[in-house]
Design a protein around this ligand. Structure first.
Ligand SMILES: Cc1ncc(C[n+]2csc(CCOP(=O)(O)OP(=O)(O)O)c2C)c(N)n1
Ligand SMILES: [Mg+2]
Length: 280
């Protein structure tokens, strides 16, 4: 980790997360479609990863030594794009082209088109397998990069997630950090109404993961020690299970399942942007 060694500047990180949220709203509004809820809820995790935790270089997005990130819940591409743009991988001016014909910013991430995207994702359950492969490759080649992957709590209903987890635990992939965005909502209800994966932490423990539970995954002061502990953990992969609020930062979207995959209209856009406007 390059930046992870210095103490985090939480005020600055919070300012960046607010800008990432603005980019999410700008993109989804311009596209007239997309997934604001899960994107807003994950903005703090992704900001922390790209602005403090991970060793990445926007000028050299394919650097073999870089840490990897796989957005296994690929529908939250607006959060990844907002984070990568704010980090300097491509211009923020690209954000309003989200989902437009010819844009490199499609509804789900494409590693062949978008600088900084390490894996193409969108079919839930699959990204984590790719992340496990990246972590295994590092072990086989003696590389010391780390691999992070973000999963939805609905996504972990997919059987492939547990196949990948079994392999990671069995092969002691301590360079792998699985993050579960536990916002308690999926596309059409609470995760308990649909097919409860609880208790999530115990399930990862049973697959030989070191497990860290974060009570508020929208609070970067809580994310910081969790990622630090993950980095220090040897002999086992880490799962960080983060309680988050879907739609975080936009009052009328918070905890509302209806905002999983819907764009704000012009009036809602203005209100959201007003709420996200900071002092800068
Ligand atoms: C294999 C697969 N099945 C269905 C979908 C459609 N889909 C997109 S998002 C979503 C719900 C995901 O819920 P969750 O993982 O909890 O994501 P979050 O709440 O973080 O948005 C579904 C079913 C998909 N992308 N892939
Ligand atoms: Mg969810």
């Amino acid at each position: 980790m390059a930046e992870g060694t210095a103490a985090p500047d939480f005020q600055e990180l919070a300012r960046i997360a607010r800008r990432v949220r603005q980019q999410i709203i700008i993109g989804v509004h311009a596209a007239k479609s997309g997934h604001p809820g899960g994107s807003l809820g994950a903005a703090d995790i992704m900001t922390y990863l790209y602005f403090h935790e991970m060793n990445v270089d926007p000028k050299n997005p394919r650097d073999p030594k870089r840490d990897r990130f796989v957005l296994s819940k690929g529908h939250c591409a607006p959060a990844l794009y907002g984070t990568l743009a704010e980090r300097g991988f491509f211009p923020v001016e690209d954000i309003p082209t989200l989902r437009h014909v010819g844009s490199h910013l499609q509804g789900h991430p494409n590693m062949n088109d978008t600088p900084g995207v390490d894996m193409s994702t969108g079919s839930l359950g699959q990204g984590v397998s790719a992340a496990v492969g990246m972590a295994l490759a590092a072990k086989l080649w003696g590389d010391d990069y780390r691999t992070y992957t973000l999963l939805g709590d609905g996504e972990i209903q997919e059987g492939q997630v547990w196949e990948a987890a079994m392999f990671a635990g069995s092969h002691h992939l301590d360079n792998l950090c699985v993050i579960v965005d536990n916002n308690n909502l999926q596309i059409d209800g609470t995760i308990e109404q649909v097919n409860s994966p609880y208790p999530i932490a115990d399930k990862f423990r049973a697959f030989n993961f070191h497990v860290i539970e974060v009570a508020d995954g929208n609070d970067m002061t809580q994310l910081a020690p969790a990622f630090e502990e993950a980095r220090q953990t040897k002999g086992a992969p880490t799962a960080i299970v983060c309680k988050t609020v879907k739609g975080k930062g936009v009052s009328f979207m918070e905890n509302q399942v209806g905002w999983h995959g819907k764009a704000p209209n012009d009036e809602q856009f203005e209100q959201a942007m007003a709420e996200l406007a900071g002092e800068e």
